[in-house]
Design a protein around this ligand. Structure first.
Ligand SMILES: [Zn+2]
Length: 560
């Protein structure tokens, strides 16, 4: 008679286990071993896998869900924002000056003092309105507390702030950067504010989404160092784990500096987040792109390279963009500012040529669509006539407005889609308030895409990086400034939203056999939440807290 041995679990957890398997099974307990899920079931069933070394924990009243897979995470940006000293809580120019005086007392004269922006993190919305003075400090005011240190109060990025964004510099800082009454930016969208005599008063206003001020006009301001990038990633991983996130996919591309830093952390055993990254290329022309694809990118062809923790597959190719921005950014590499990617500028013709070249080299293309789905779909259809871009899992990201007809064409292409609901529905929803009800239903169209069977996943876009907020955005669709519901017909159920943020993302990285649901054989990646996200209605979702997070059978947050 054959004897079968039940596997012995490393961990047994009790709680309300929301497996998100195909049937939507829930269970009382889960057993984990070897970094994978062994089984779910009743307490009694799962306890049969208990051995002398098994760690048994009871999360009574809590929900145990698959770890979040944030498929538009901008994770590196969240960490790097903690590197410069914060001005949070400063309510007046006096408060700001006191902070600068304190910082100046800590470092020798001549050393740069560069702070985070004026305003309240994480968004810094309406920073000036939050100051009693309703304006930024002038260079003379900054000089009054730090005459011998170059000082720069930096400005937010459009990815997390809302242009126009304000910054300020003292006289020594201006001098170090050669800024005087004759200075003129190369990039559009930057203002050097001047006093009545025409001299720079130390204030700058940035209207660009991607910060151009430092790269265009302020070469002397210290950039983030490679070590700071690595430290930023460590802090970012911790912050995302604290929200229950166990995997990220960065389809907008990652600059060489970020790819290097992630790889470096992985090599040193420090990576606790499963990362799927995409090359953000810095080629200068279509001809150069062809050489780069042929000679330098063979490793990221097809499904790419990597392992269960760190993977790189394919390239990001932008549709549109400002050539001046690209030129200035490329001149500044490896400085990639806040965004962690390299902006490109491609005409529709160049975009098609680049996509065709990528297809020819079996490089998976990831592209940001925004409101250009109607222009991008015909291009993709022409490429799909020659290459199997659906089977290769090309990715269309960031869809904002769409028509049903175009979504059907996406379905025919067989490509994947990622969405950023908190961005389009909440953060910049005010831009879409004049759409018709039918158009609003298809804004950030998670529901329509799911219903027609397109592989779709959702990401936070780091606005904020809390997936429960993203879930709230999808299930309530409330706009930030008016609270209006942005298309009730686009609302998805709690379960659909949770799947979009957990199990659905694995398809983007060819991992659907091993990642996603809490089912036997899948990675032991999970989050413990203070309540049930399937039954928490509307704003109650925002009251849920992540209590603990596990990646590959190892606690990475909340428990040890
Ligand atoms: Zn993005």
């Amino acid at each position: 008679m054959a004897v079968t041995f039940a596997p012995v679990a490393d961990h047994i957890l009790f709680g309300n286990v929301v497996t998100l398997d195909a049937q939507g099974t829930t269970a009382e307990a889960i057993a984990l071993g070897g970094g994978k899920v062994l089984a779910t079931g009743t307490r009694e069933q799962v306890l049969r896998m208990r051995g002398s070394q098994t760690d048994v924990r009871d999360f009574a009243g809590s929900a145990i869900i698959p770890g979040f897979n944030d498929t538009h995470a901008h994770m590196d940006g969240v960490g790097i924002k903690t590197i410069r000293p914060s001005l949070a809580g400063a309510k007046s120019i006096r408060d700001i000056l006191d902070r600068i005086a304190a910082l100046a007392a800590q470092v020798p004269a001549g050393t740069w003092i560069v702070t985070m922006p004026v305003g309240e993190p994480p968004y810094y919305f309406d920073a000036l309105a939050g100051l009693a003075d309703k304006r930024m400090p002038t260079r003379q005011e900054l000089d009054s507390v730090a005459p011998d240190h170059p000082v720069f109060l930096s400005s937010p990025n459009g990815f997390w702030g809302q242009p126009p964004c304000h910054s300020a510099m003292n006289t020594l800082g201006l001098k170090r950067n050669g800024i005087d009454r004759h200075s003129k930016p190369q990039a559009n969208g930057i203002e050097i504010v001047r006093d009545a005599a025409g001299e720079p008063n130390g204030n700058f206003i940035e209207h660009n989404y991607v910060n151009m001020l430092e790269r265009d006009l302020l070469p002397a301001v210290p950039r983030f160092s490679y070590e700071q990038r690595r430290e930023g990633l460590r802090r970012a991983m911790h912050a995302y784990h604290a929200k229950g996130t166990t995997s990220i996919y960065e389809g907008h591309g990652n600059a060489p500096e970020i790819l290097s830093a992630c790889r470096d952390l992985h090599e040193h055993g420090e990576l606790t987040m499963r990362m799927s990254l995409v090359v953000s290329p810095a080629w200068g022309s279509v001809a150069e792109a062809e050489r780069v694809m042929r000679d330098w990118l063979p490793l990221v062809r097809g499904r790419g390279v990597g392992d269960a923790m760190f993977r790189v597959s394919g390239v990001f190719i932008a549709y549109g963009g400002d050539p001046c921005v690209t030129h200035i950014v490329q001149r500044n590499i490896p400085d990639v500012g806040w965004s962690g990617l390299i902006p490109q500028a491609n005409t529709p013709e160049e975009f098609e040529q680049l996509c065709l070249l990528a297809a020819c080299h079996d490089l998976r293309v990831h592209t940001v669509v925004s409101d250009k789905l109607h222009e991008i779909v015909p291009i993709m259809e022409r490429i799909a006539a020659q290459y199997p871009i659906g089977a290769r899992r090309w990715v269309l990201e960031h869809i904002s407005v769409a028509t049903s007809a175009d979504l059907q064409r996406v379905k025919q292409l067989g490509v994947a889609v990622t969405l950023i609901p908190p961005h389009y529905l909440w953060k910049v929803g005010h831009r879409f308030l004049n759409l018709t009800p039918e158009q609003l239903d298809l804004l950030s169209p998670a529901r329509a895409l799911s219903e027609i069977g397109v592989p779709v996943a959702a990401g936070t876009d780091a606005v904020p990086y809390d997936p429960l907020f993203c879930m709230w955005a999808m299930t309530t669709r409330r706009e930030r400034t008016t609270g209006r519901v942005m298309g009730a017909g686009g609302i998805v159920s709690n379960e659909a939203a949770l799947r979009l943020l957990t199990t659905c993302g694995a398809w983007l990285t060819f991992e659907e056999q091993v990642k996603g649901p809490l089912a036997s054989g899948c990675y032991a990646d999970l989050a413990v939440l203070s309540g049930n996200p399937l039954t928490a209605g509307g704003d109650d979702l925002l009251a849920l807290r992540c209590q603990a997070t596990m990646v590959g059978g190892r606690w990475v947050y909340g428990e040890s």
